[in-house]
Design a binder for this molecule. Structure first.
Ligand code: ARG
Length: 461
């Protein structure tokens, strides 16, 4: 296969080895950036005309040509092959075909290094906003369930052992809070993504009288990078984003894990609706929680992409190195994975599950998760807490042996344990009361949960 003429072919004796051309090319994946590449080039051309580096007619011609390529791409008629090497060359080549020699002026005062840096930031900026909206949708789904289930009780766990009953809304609102921090983290990453490297050149700036503030403004960047070496070689914003994405996945994965066992026969806290579950090819009775399993599984990929980017960067001397071409696939994969997982989990939450309230009611009534409340009861009557705690420990032990729950003890039995017990012990250890009584700030008491929901609604407005 003969290679087409490379941009730099006048400097080289022979053309690139065909296998190396393929190895070197990024067009297979950086085509994803084309819309951002065009937008960046439009701003660059506009700036070149604005500063008189090219004439305004030339500027107009370039912009028109670039917009024509955008249309061709959207119509499915722009499909550059590996011979184009990357999206930047592909666009420049097509532009020159379309508008003639003026097309060759586009790259004045610019390098692919600041160009690709601009493209990735424009891309990520968009994706950050999209993902933030998806986080909001996920929070809305949580909030809707929470509002319906303030007084639905569910066992609360530590060490996956029944600990104390809690409000189901309180459980769900914990995820709301995690998602809120995820949203805020993205807001923060946005600030450090929204800086323009355009005009940093290959590494050292340019001899042309460009206006970097102007091109930054055209692209809605907050400001240009202050140091050209930093501008072309920095990817810390992408690492921060990948870390923020990893934390979103940590949260989705934890929730997935709960959904998976909640849907099991052993727990039976939720039913999966048919629209969000799958069957087995061999066991006719099965209904599988594929969505949360996939989310839990895909979490590893997102962590891996973060790790890959960190390792990619750690040994790079200033400024641009071709290693940086390898920043993209993992980043794109992270964006797609997080978006897919957020969408699936939001659908699962909003229409794919139903809480089995009768079963939840049974669950909080069939255990010793009100034991702390017996100790608190005595402590409230002046018995030192540790003493009360030890006494209740013994009661639990003898009750288990007698196959009884605390609510089954007779008044005589309570009195025999400690004279401070009165008739009101039964009310004090009823699950609803147990939950309602935890009215400390941030606790599961219904009053607190209602406050938390009201605060959350304010955030969402
Ligand atoms: N495809 C390259 C990348 O993604 C564009 C920048 C190439 N720069 C260079 N000096 N070879 O990083």
């Amino acid at each position: 296969m003969t290679q087409p003429k490379k941009t730099w072919s006048d400097r080289f004796e022979t053309s690139l080895h065909p296998a190396i051309a393929i190895f070197n090319a990024s067009i297979g994946f950086d085509i994803e950036l084309i819309e951002y590449d065009l937008t960046g080039s439009v701003a660059h051309a506009t700036m070149l005309a604005h500063t008189g580096i090219i004439s305004s007619e030339e500027g107009d011609t370039l912009v028109k040509g670039l917009e024509q390529i955008r249309q061709e791409y959207r119509d499915g008629n722009f499909n550059p092959g590996v011979d184009a090497e990357d999206v930047h060359f592909a666009v420049e080549r097509r532009l020159t075909e379309l508008v003639g020699d003026v097309g060759k002026k586009l790259h004045t005062a610019r390098s692919r290094n600041d160009q690709v840096g601009t493209d990735i930031r424009l891309y990520l900026r968009d994706k950050i906003r999209d993902i933030q909206q998806q986080v909001r949708d996920f929070q809305t789904a949580l909030l809707t369930h929470a509002e319906n289930h303030v007084e639905t009780l569910i066992p609360g766990y530590t060490h996956l052992q029944r600990a104390q009953p809690i409000s189901l809304a309180h459980h769900l609102m914990a995820y709301f809070q995690m998602a809120q921090r995820d949203w805020e983290r993205l807001e923060d990453v946005f600030k450090r993504t929204n800086i323009s490297p355009l005009g940093c050149g290959a590494l050292a700036g340019t001899t042309f009288p460009i206006d970097r503030h102007y091109s930054a403004e055209l692209l809605n960047f907050d400001r240009p990078y202050q140091n050209s070496l930093d501008g072309v070689s920095d990817r810390d914003f992408a690492i921060e984003f990948s870390a923020a994405a990893s934390l979103i996945m940590v949260h989705l994965s934890r929730m997935s894990e709960e959904m998976i066992f909640w849907a099991s026969k052993e727990f039976s806290f939720i039913t999966l609706k048919d629209s969000c579950a799958t069957g087995s090819s061999i066991m006719p009775q099965k209904k599988n929680p594929d969505i949360p399993e996939l989310v839990r599984g895909k979490t590893g990929r997102v962590f891996g992409n973060l790790q890959a980017l960190l390792v990619l960067m750690k040994g790079l001397p200033l400024a641009y190195n071709k290693d940086l071409q390898d920043d993209k696939e993992g980043l794109f994969d992270t964006v797609k994975t997080v978006q897919g997982c957020l969408e699936a989990m939001t659908i699962l939450l909003s229409e794919g599950i139903e809480f089995k309230t009768t079963r939840l009611e049974e669950a909080v009534n069939e255990d010793f998760s009100n034991a702390t409340d017996v100790a608190d009861y005595l402590a409230g009557k002046g018995v030192p807490f540790r003493e009360a705690y030890n006494l209740v420990g013994k009661v639990v032990k003898t009750s288990i042996a007698a196959d009884k729950l605390l609510k089954d003890l007779t008044m005589d039995e309570w009195k025999a344990l400690h004279p401070a017990f009165e008739e009101d012990i039964y009310a004090a250890i009823a699950p609803k009361q147990v939950v309602a009584a935890r009215n400390s700030y941030g606790g599961t008491g219904f009053e607190q949960v209602r406050l938390a929901i009201a605060d959350a609604k304010k955030i969402m407005d």
